[in-house]
Design a protein around this ligand. Structure first.
Ligand code: S3P
Length: 428
């Protein structure tokens, strides 16, 4: 059976920000109509951008940008809701914008670390003030003045940190260099290239280095179709691999960006029968295509630190697949999981134990002993959309009886998640 997933969350937020900063009209299609993207869109509206409602069917949205100097100080706080990407990327934009704004968010966002972006932005000369707790939002950005160039070594591979610095360089028109220990997702670099702002990218002994040398005065508008979110696809493909969707599922028009598709290697190692077809006609900077998964007999695998950046958002569903596989699944080198929408290591361990699965918790990961029997019990989403969806997949498998306390959280990144699983189950 064929299906689609909604637009990519990371790319949707980036194209909205770049469209807001462009001089002229951008045309965007396939945007995710989800909680995080809506929060970023609403913040851009408060910054003065005439941004229409995001269509729920992926149809075209036209946005006339204000130019890179055009954002206005908002009259109220910018509420980024649950969105770490929106918050960190906008901090970079605001740092370069010479305006005043305060960023706030929900309980989960208030606990997420912001020092990783505030430190480099302050080193560039940004005026950032933590209004409650040092290193967390609410953060006030206060007319930063011209920014200085920077050569920053990020201690963690993080696309949000890298993108925040690159956007500060773009808006503040100053050279920036960011090195991260291992390459994180590269959507910002690709979209910069799309608008004619190439970055130079290379591997060096200390990691992966991105350099923005000549930020332009004028940002070119985008004409862009956002591909389906491969992180959302991961839940559907896992459901198929676990036998929940009958024989097979094909997802069309989904991102095949290799900084995001590491989970496909892990799924294959676990025994998932996958076919990946790149679109033959490609005129965009983001690769896309179709992925088919067939119901398979799964076994455990090991995920290590080198693989983590390209599978970071799929580790919850990999852990849950491990619970239904033969043997042990080991995830290590993933301490960043503790800093996501919830402490995902803790959330996974608590929930798997609640279902009677044997789990070992490590500081930087977990080990799961596959149960290979229908699971029963009550689990919590811990305010985290990916935890809700990972256990949502389990709950829809034959014989399972799992109750999730907050299933609607899937709307943050995958509106239609439950309907998609139901449709696949009925067609099976
Ligand atoms: C994202 C980067 C990743 C990822 C998040 C989205 C992005 O976070 O987990 O869901 O859009 O840049 P980090 O940058 O913290 O690794």
């Amino acid at each position: 059976m064929k299906t689609y997933v909604p637009g990519d969350k990371s790319i949707s937020q980036r194209v909205l920000i770049l469209a807001a900063l462009a001089s002229g009209e951008s045309r965007l299609r396939g945007l995710l109509h989800g909680g995080d993207v809506e929060a970023t869109a609403q913040a851009l509206r408060l910054l003065g951008v005439a941004l229409p409602r995001i269509p729920s069917d992926g149809s075209e949205l036209c946005i006339t940008g204000l130019g890179s100097d055009g954002l206005k100080s908002p009259v109220q706080d910018l509420d980024l809701g649950n969105s770490g990407t929106g918050t960190r990327l906008l901090l970079g934009v605001l740092a370069g914008s010479q305006i005043e704004a305060t960023l706030v968010g929900d309980v989960s966002l208030r606990s997420r670390p912001m020092r990783r972006v505030c430190n480099p932005l302050r080193a560039m000369g940004a005026h950032l003030e933590h209004l409650c707790e040092e290193g967390c939002i609410p953060i006030r950005v206060d007319r930063s003045g011209p920014l200085r160039s920077i050569d920053w070594m990020s201690p963690v591979p993080s696309a949000q940190v890298k993108s925040s610095i690159l956007l500060a360089g773009l808006v503040g028109r100053t050279k920036v260099v960011v090195t991260e220990p291992r390459q994180s997702r590269d959507h910002t670099e690709r979209l910069f290239a799309e608008i004619g702002v190439p970055t130079s990218i290379r591997n060096i002994p200390s990691g992966h280095r991105v350099e923005l040398t000549n930020p332009p005065d004028i940002i070119t508008p985008l004409d862009f179709s956002v591909p389906g979110d491969v992180s959302s696809a991961a839940f559907v493909l896992a459901f198929a691999a676990l036998g929940g969707a009958g024989v097979s599922v094909t997802i069309d028009n989904v991102s095949l960006n290799r900084t995001r598709t590491g989970f496909l290697d892990v799924f294959s190692r676990m025994g998932t029968d996958l076919t990946i077809e790149k679109a033959t006609f490609e005129n965009t900077c983001e690769p896309r295509g179709s992925i088919t998964a067939r119901s398979s007999k799964l076994h455990g695998t090991e995920v290590n630190i080198r693989e983590v950046p390209a599978v970071i958002d799929e580790l919850p569903i990999i852990a849950v697949m491990g619970a239904c596989s033969e043997g042990r699944t080991i995830i290590r080198g993933a301490s960043e999981l503790r800093l996501k929408e919830s402490d995902r290591i803790h959330s996974l361990v608590q929930n798997l134990q609640a279902l009677g699965v044997e789990v070992v918790e490590h500081d930087d990961g977990l080990e799961i002993e596959g149960a290979r029997r229908p699971l029963k019990g009550q689990v919590r989403a811990f305010g985290d959309h990916r935890i809700a969806m990972a256990f949502g997949v389990l709950s829809k498998l034959e014989g399972a009886n799992i109750e999730i306390d907050d299933p609607k959280l899937s709307d943050i990144s995958f509106p239609g998640f439950w309907g998609t699983l139901d449709k696949l189950t009925q067609a099976a």
